[in-house]
Every structure is written in structure tokens, then in C-alpha cells.
Design a protein around this ligand. Sequence first.
Ligand SMILES: [Ca+2]
Length: 325
Amino acid sequence: MRVAKVIYDTDPGIDDAMALLFLHYSPLVDLVGITSVMGNAPIEVTTRNALYLKNLFNIAAPVAKGAAAPLKGEMRAAPAHIHGHNGLGDIPLPEHIEGEVDPRTAHRFIIDMVRANPHEISIVAVGRMTNLALALREAPDIAHLVREVVIMGGAFGYHGHLGNITPAAEANIHGDVLAADEIFAVNWPLTVVGLDVTVETVMTHDYLQNLRSDADFVGEFIWDISRLYEQFYNSFGVEGICVHDSSAVAYLIAPQLFKTRSGPICVVQEGIAYGETIQKSDMRRHPPGPWEGRPSHRICIDVEREAFLSLYRETIVTGAGKGLK
Ligand SMILES: [Ca+2]
């Protein structure tokens, strides 16, 4: 498999930070940009965190600041009980973060990079889809110029998973239903990695502890930021942490670990199922409905958990061991 040039669209965020390290240390990834979006914390905080992570781990890719508000709906209060008040599990952060963000907005950065590297850029988007939707509105041509788009978001009922922010909706989709629906309406090479697989993969307390002992400062960092996050999952009976954003990275670098289903996708934009993602399988015929005329996209419906967890561990331990800061 050849090395992918990746733009990482993110709202760090604890699992966002863990997925960033997965990208950074993967030999199959050339990280060429980090774009921030509001979500797990307000935009100023997620952007600051992206810059902090870039500095701490010596990541060469520039950071571009993205959307402060969704295209539809209100910016909800940040989930401090999950990601902490500072978005990184309330670990102490420096008062001032060195370095500047890219002068361009995130969606402009995405447009420029995709146009400058036709058919070479893969986008991994693990926050609200706002930056992607803005990029497509301004430059529909990028749909045909990207190599691949992998998003973490949605839930389709596999393994009984339908929602986390509400019983019917996943947070990244619910946080900007219009942006999500717009990116599903576009014919581009999109794969959706939703709760169907991300909740099925759990890093246990022991897994994290082993990472802490075996992956040097990187393992220590992951341990520190995930303390609050683990407590949150423990509070409803999960023994460990669900692996959301890193699942999208895993699909990018090891798609053979996933089983998928194809079909057009719509997002429910009103009522009690607000934010629900519904796919019509390409294998099924139904009377005409909202899916008509929409392009087919892949959703992930199963994952080889153990192989994925081994891949994450191996990537982080090897990267940290090489002193690849
Ligand atoms: Ca995220």
C-alpha cells in the first residue's frame, strides 16, 4: 500500500488526539495538514489543542482553523464531562502555545491542498462535517480530485448501535446535520465509520496501562489524557474506552479489517430522530424515497477488533521507540 497524503479534520478531543498520534506514527501516512472544527470544545480550544499536539510531538503539518459554528443547529455546550474543560482530559497545558496557525480557513486550506495535489489527498474527518461541507460549497470540483474521504460519524443499527448524543444520533452528525447531509449528497469516494464499529472496539484499562509502560512518553501522554475519558465510559458500564476517531484512521490504513455495506445515506433533520443516519442498501429495492438520486457510499458494519487494537499498539510503540517525536 502506498503512503497516503492525509488532511486530518478534527476537534481535539481525547480520541482525536489519540487518532492524531496514530496518523503521525503510521509509516503509511504522510500527514500534510490538520484542520480544526468546533465540537468537543469551542473552536478556540480545539485549534489551540491541535497546535499544542503539533508542537509536543513535532508534527510538521500546519494547523488551519475551521468553523466556529455548525451550518444548522446551535453550538451546544462543550462536553466537559467527557473531554474535560480544556478538551484534553484536563491535563495541565501551557499558558501560551508556540507557533501560528495557517492564515487560511480550514475549508480554504482543504480546497487549496486538494487542488494542488489532484487525486492524492485523503481526508480523515472526525468532528462535525462543517469544514468539509463549506469546502464542497465553495469548490464542488474537489469531489473529483480527492483520493479518499473517511469520516467518523453516524450509526446504522449494526450491533444495536444507533446513537450516543441521543438514543437516535451520533454526536458528529447531530452537531451539524446539514453539513453531514450535504457531504452524503455528493458523489465522492466517501466511507463512513460509525458507532456500529467504533463502540465495538474497546481499549481496556490494561491495554492503556500496557501502552503507558511500552510506548515511552507517547504512552504516558495517552494515559494522562484518557483518565477522565475512561471514567466517563466506566459510568455506563464500559470497561475501558470506545475507540471512535482512531477507527477512521484504521479504515484508511487497513481497510481489510472492516466489512462494509454500500448505499445512499440521508440524515434525519427534524423530530425525535434528529441527527439519525439512514442508509438504503444497494441490495434492496424500496418505493421511491429521499435516497433516490443520491450517490452510494460505504458504511462500516464490522471490524476485526483485535487486529485493529494490535495495529494501533504496534504503530504507537514503534513510533515512540524510534524517538520519532
Ligand atoms: Ca472527534
